[in-house]
Design a binder for this molecule. Sequence first.
Ligand SMILES: Nc1ncnc2c1ncn2[C@@H]1O[C@H](COP(=O)(O)OP(=O)(O)OP(=O)(O)O)[C@@H](O)[C@H]1O
Ligand SMILES: Nc1ncnc2c1ncn2[C@@H]1O[C@H](COP(=O)(O)OP(=O)(O)OP(=O)(O)O)[C@@H](O)[C@H]1O
Length: 523
Amino acid sequence: MSHSPLITLKNFSFSFEGQEKPVINNLSLTINEGDSILLIGASGSGKSTLALCLNGLYPDTVEGYASGDLYFQETHLDKFKKGELNQRIGIVFQDPESQFCMIKVEDELAFTLENLSVPRNQMIQKIDEVLELIGMTEYKHSNIHELSGGQKQKIALAAVLLMKPELLILDEPTANLDPVSSLEFVGLIGELQQQINMSILVIEHQADDWIDLMNRVMVLNHNGELMVDDEPQKVFRDYITTLKEEGLFLPKTSDDLFNQKPPTSFVPNTQPCLSVNDLSFFRKKKKVLNGISFDIRCGELVAIVGENGAGKSTLLQLMARLLKPERGDMTFLDLPLENWNESELRKRTGFVFQNPEHQFIADTVYDELAFGMRLNGLSENKIKHVVNRLLETFQLTDHKFSNPFSLSGGQKRRLSVATMLDENPDLLLFDEPTFGQDASTTLELMKLITQLKRQGTAVTMVTHDMELVDQYADRVIVLDQGEIALDGKPNDLWKNDNLLKQARLRKPYRIERSEVVTIGINH
Ligand SMILES: Nc1ncnc2c1ncn2[C@@H]1O[C@H](COP(=O)(O)OP(=O)(O)OP(=O)(O)O)[C@@H](O)[C@H]1O
Ligand SMILES: Nc1ncnc2c1ncn2[C@@H]1O[C@H](COP(=O)(O)OP(=O)(O)OP(=O)(O)O)[C@@H](O)[C@H]1O
């Protein structure tokens, strides 16, 4: 059955003001009605930019210019009124918080309908319908900030669905979700596909959960050109070498990387770097952490995992002394954490926030990286040497003079990690250091962290990525509703089916596969 074209690009390019090379480079392609497309490409290859061009937000809302032609249902972009395409092509971003304006779920959805000029007497019915569609009816009167990450993402999706878009774009929609919420979100999109007539474009670095829902995979290369556009089976069979050269993740079934048994974890018999003793913390009278105690040794990498809202980020902020515990105390290198002088503490520890933008202070990537070293009085020559090495390692050399806020999501994250690695800190605290990264940048980042670990740095990493935990963590701490449910080796967690279920985690591919093989043999 042939479908009519929804969007057609002819020799379409897009450049940001003041940049030599276009970010989107001479694309000619058609998205048909009923298509479900997975868009992949290295970090910085132009995926989000393309999404924003498709729905008409770019170039109108940014300093940049487009060339070539874009047609929506065979009508040229120029013929549409401003703002018209934004409604017919809806985007859900990775961080739903940035999209919300109201406190309550129903008010947020009513606000969307108001913007669409829907009469008041039709609103209630429309809100009820969309909540039913996404399985969130019981949360109609809830406060948005009390919802879990996955539920917030569903509300962001509902707001976009109210526009009845003909194309739904999902830009890394599961990046902040715990492993089970992430799978549930993909399942929901699969159900919507059956019920609503709309095309879907999904941007994700890791294709695994999405492949079965997609009829096409498009790959952008480093130059923003369309390198591959074909059926998923063909792409991941015939273009493996090309995808690897671009530094992209392959599906776990076809990538040796995920099948390797990790090296026996090295647990150093060193002194504790940070000791956490009986910590408790409340937010608005709600106990978020309760009786947390553990040590992190010098040279050890500890992963903290758990469902959305379990208290992981809060714990990390307490460990960085950005929050003060109600009860309990911590010792950092033999001195109570509260007694450390602020500048000495910042020199010896590094903290990367969940949202990288929160920590940028300089106007260029170079100055951002140099900032800490300048504060510590290093010579400009020495600084230049270190900054250039970091730029190279984190694939940011081309963006040396860019404003940190203009970077792609993955580039921002890499910059925020790099700023913590200028000197050798004793303790590193990372909130999701690898989200939004492609295979090559993830590998580089983990290589560097491993090196620091070998030199004695203690690393704590909050993550939803169970592959990383399996491959790199010496120890894993599972937080469940603000309490430690497990503190052990990753293998202890993979054996504990009940806890995995309770904490909304999943097993890494290596373990899942070995269980399938064993079951196969037993039968
Ligand atoms: N600024 C805040 N004000 C009020 N409550 C908050 C605030 N920040 C977090 N919370 C609440 O504290 C609890 C723990 O949140 P936290 O961000 O530490 O969880 P998390 O495990 O890091 O979650 P995620 O995986 O979604 O990042 C949640 O119930 C959350 O709603
Ligand atoms: N507002 C902006 N001003 C200048 N340059 C920008 C701006 N936004 C993005 N860029 C640059 O355009 C390129 C593409 O960015 P884009 O966000 O589209 O990449 P992406 O493929 O979505 O990356 P990621 O996977 O890291 O999210 C990057 O090199 C980025 O630095």
